[in-house]
Design a protein around this ligand. Structure first.
Ligand SMILES: Cc1cc2nc3c(=O)[nH]c(=O)nc-3n(C[C@H](O)[C@H](O)[C@H](O)COP(=O)(O)OP(=O)(O)OC[C@H]3O[C@@H](n4cnc5c(N)ncnc54)[C@H](O)[C@@H]3O)c2cc1C
Length: 307
């Protein structure tokens, strides 16, 4: 018998099904904290036992190592996934789904977070990744975030979250327990029409119904890209539809990787390395991943490129 685990902590938990691309191995320990207090207790337990900590939101921009993840992986639940309205404010758990937040705001006649309708992640994942779509900016409507660590919960305003393109300053072990959005009143029908319009635009531009984690590479900030997005560079380098094992770049959007059925994380990494190599060979730009990793993900040797 191993040491006793805290209530709610499960050993050896399969993680692939918690990601949208459906690859990767098991978590050594897994828990679904239901309150900020429980979250802090779990973080303290992990620290006391020297366990690394990882959080999974909707797993919509996440690659889990095939070999699994050492330490404690958590998915926020119950109070940490609620959406509550207070006048023009929405207080959300870090595990609340962003499209549900957008829909809730629309039903309440509140505008400002419509862009979340197309981001299939959670509030916590969106804060961590500074998620954005169609010009809607998270920081513009974010009032504050409650960040949990092993020492307790600390409130941070957007200015203290170090937001940059698809980045914040949140580190491992800092978990978004709650976030509050400050919105503006607007006619319900108008907000709902905006949501419908955004959904339609997205449907035309991106593949739907596939197992993917959205953007694979960040758009480069390199003059050699000549203003092209990562998707345009991959397309020009002949990557559209390219396959490695069970993984392939989407035919509809070259910066989306698709799991065609039996892909492993290793297949995805090998595909990414090949896409990166081709773009580098063609125009000298070195693409960097947008997708986040959990566990000891092993990039293939081909990942390293000559400068
Ligand atoms: C079809 C599709 C379309 C997409 N379109 C967009 C888009 O338009 N714009 C955009 O920005 N992104 C887009 N994405 C990517 C993804 O949805 C966003 O990055 C989203 O913010 C990730 O949230 P998540 O909850 O799924 O996080 P996960 O993928 O589960 O995790 C991502 C990172 O956030 C961390 N994290 C998760 N929850 C928390 C928390 N509570 N506290 C601290 N850290 C946390 C994880 O540990 C990990 O490092 C798209 C993805 C897909 C599959």
């Amino acid at each position: 018998m191993g040491p006793t685990l805290p209530a709610g902590v499960q050993p050896d938990y399969p993680l692939a099904r918690l990601t949208t691309v459906r690859t990767g191995g098991h978590g050594e320990f897994f828990a679904r904290p239901a309150s900020a207090q429980q979250l802090v207790e779990l973080l303290a337990w992990a620290r006391a036992h020297g366990h690394e900590v990882g959080v999974v939101g909707s797993g919509s921009n996440l690659l889990v190592a095939d070999e699994g993840v050492r330490g404690l992986v958590m998915k926020l639940d119950k109070d940490l996934a609620q959406i509550e309205r207070d006048g023009t404010h929405l207080r959300c758990g870090g595990g609340a789904r962003l499209p549900a937040v957008s829909a809730r705001a629309a039903n309440a006649g509140l505008t400002g977070i419509e862009f979340g309708v197309n981001i299939p992640g959670t509030v916590g994942g969106a804060v961590r990744m500074n998620a954005n779509a169609y010009g809607g900016e998270l920081a513009r409507v974010l009032e504050h975030v409650d960040v949990a660590t092993a020492d307790g919960v600390e409130r941070r305003t957007p200015e203290r979250l170090g937001f940059a393109y698809r980045r914040s300053n949140l580190t491992h072990g800092e978990v978004v327990a709650h976030a509050s959005f400050r919105l503006e009143p607007a006619p319900v029908e108008q907000v709902k029409a905006t949501l419908a319009d955004m959904r339609a635009k997205r449907k035309a531009a991106q593949p739907s119904g596939i197992k993917t984690f959205g953007s694979t590479f960040r758009n480069p900030d390199d003059p050699r890209a000549e203003g092209c997005t990562a998707g345009q560079l991959l397309d020009a380098a002949g990557c559209r539809g390219l396959r490695v094992g069970g993984a392939g770049f989407s035919e509809k959007h070259a910066n989306f990787v698709e799991n065609h059925g039996k892909a492993t994380t290793a297949d995805v990494l090998a595909l990414m390395a090949e896409g990166r190599r081709r773009v580098h060979e063609r125009c000298g730009v070195v693409l960097e991943p947008e997708v986040q990793t959990l566990g000891d993900v092993r990039w293939p040797d081909a990942w390293e490129l000559a400068a």
